[in-house]
Write a protein that binds this ligand. Structure first.
Ligand SMILES: [Zn+2]
Length: 406
């Protein structure tokens, strides 16, 4: 089967969603179309695009909630110990298939993942994941903890092996400023550019982190310059968080066509602050949404949508249609030219969800009302109402995964 038919709500841009009482979505179709003869029977529920999560740490799945711990404490007490276990390649291989099942259950069929610093963790994830996911080891050549640090030549040799196995899906991922010194950052930038790879890193999540980062990079004028000086910011770069940034940094990120991944649920859990969405808009910075699990409390991107609507209320313009767009099909439009073609090959329309039709008048034609009703249910019950996650495989067939949301 290569199409889904039923009631459809499909954001096609940040400010517009198509609603059809009887529509069809299928691979390669940019916009849903009305159903006709020969289409399959309609499904119960409402069809929306499947989620894309552009910032999560698959090796941190299942960690206890951050519970108000701040970033650097949480990393030391929760994240590092969890990631140290991935030094065992068998642990990574055993955990990866379950991680993919959890992503499907949460409605996510595409996105960008961090592994632990061990290259085998990224390899295990990419082997288990459909082609719409990209991943890289969270590289740490300096800083704490001892157990996760590795010399630069070792890290680069690992990346080379990963690129050989996954040439289009390897992400060069210097974890953050405090974990990679300038010479190593420059070498990673060179490697990423020469191989034409995606890049991801954390940017200016908390003031403490910024102090640590600039301590290791005394010549960088600000956090953004740490990556900029290494040639790591371009149209294939995903920068997580970008909370404590100046207008000048935002202007430079926009000029380089970097993409900020906004992780509002994680930022709330760690008390990191509010990403200044209104300033990103003013600077013209492109952005998408991510869960940042394990610091983020849920793998379900409806939680990120909900947190975004909540945190920007009264501060920045944000509609539910735009939030859903940036958690689903939106990212595909961000990558133009060769990156766009590459992502389309990876599957920029990788799937759809069938979710319970909200308790609204079916004659209601405002998608904002429908999406906010889903968000309200999520807030009240922690249930996204996902009936089915459908992802299209390489042949265009639908694969189904049914389960509760994570
Ligand atoms: Zn993160």
């Amino acid at each position: 089967m290569s199409a889904l038919r039923g009631r459809v709500l499909w954001p096609i841009s940040p400010d517009r969603a198509v609603m059809l009482p009887d529509g069809v979505v299928e691979p390669g179709l940019l916009t849903p179309r009305p159903a006709g003869t020969g289409d399959p029977d309609p499904v119960e529920g409402t069809i929306v695009p499947a989620f894309s999560d552009w910032h999560f740490h698959w090796v941190q799945l299942g960690l206890p909630p951050a519970d108000g711990k701040r970033l650097l404490t949480w990393l030391r007490e929760s994240a590092w110990p969890a990631e140290e276990r991935f030094s065992d390649v068998h642990h990574a291989a055993a955990e990866a298939p379950a991680a993919i099942e959890r992503l499907y259950a949460a409605g996510t069929v595409a996105g960008a993942a961090y592994g632990s610093p061990h290259v085998e963790s990224a390899d295990a994830f990419l082997r288990a994941a459909p082609p719409s996911f990209i991943c890289g080891p969270a590289l740490m050549t300096d800083g704490e903890p001892d157990a996760l640090r590795q010399p630069l030549p070792h890290a680069v040799a690992g990346l080379r092996r990963l690129v050989t196995r996954h040439p289009r899906r390897t992400v060069v991922s210097p974890r953050f400023g405090p974990s990679v010194r300038p010479e190593a950052m420059a070498a990673l930038g060179q490697f990423a550019r020469s191989a034409g790879l995606f890049i991801q890193a954390h940017l200016a999540e908390t003031p403490d982190e910024i102090v640590q980062a600039l301590g290791l990079h005394p010549d960088a004028g600000d956090y953004t310059a740490i990556y900029e000086n290494a040639g790591l910011i371009g149209s294939r770069t995903l920068l997580g968080h970008a909370i404590h940034v100046s207008d000048d940094e935002l202007r430079r990120i926009a000029a380089a066509r970097g993409i900020v991944v906004h992780c509002p649920s994680s930022n709330g859990a760690l008390g990191s602050g509010r990403m200044p969405l209104e300033r990103l808009r003013a600077a013209g910075v492109r952005w998408v949404l991510g869960s940042d699990v394990g610091a983020g409390p849920s793998l379900c991107m409806l939680d990120a949508v909900s947190a975004a609507l909540e945190v920007h209320d009264g501060h920045a313009e944000l509609t539910a249609v735009e939030a859903l767009h940036r958690a689903t099909v939106g990212p595909a439009g961000l990558f133009s030219g060769s990156e766009g073609r590459r992502l389309r090959r990876l599957g920029d329309r990788p799937g759809a969800l069938v979710i319970e039709t909200p308790d609204v008048e079916l004659s209601e034609r405002d998608p904002e009302v429908w999406i906010r009703s889903w968000v309200d249910r999520w807030r009240a019950t922690g249930d996204a109402g996902i009936i089915r996650t459908a992802n299209w495989d390489r042949r265009g067939d639908v694969r189904h995964s049914v389960g509760p949301t994570a």
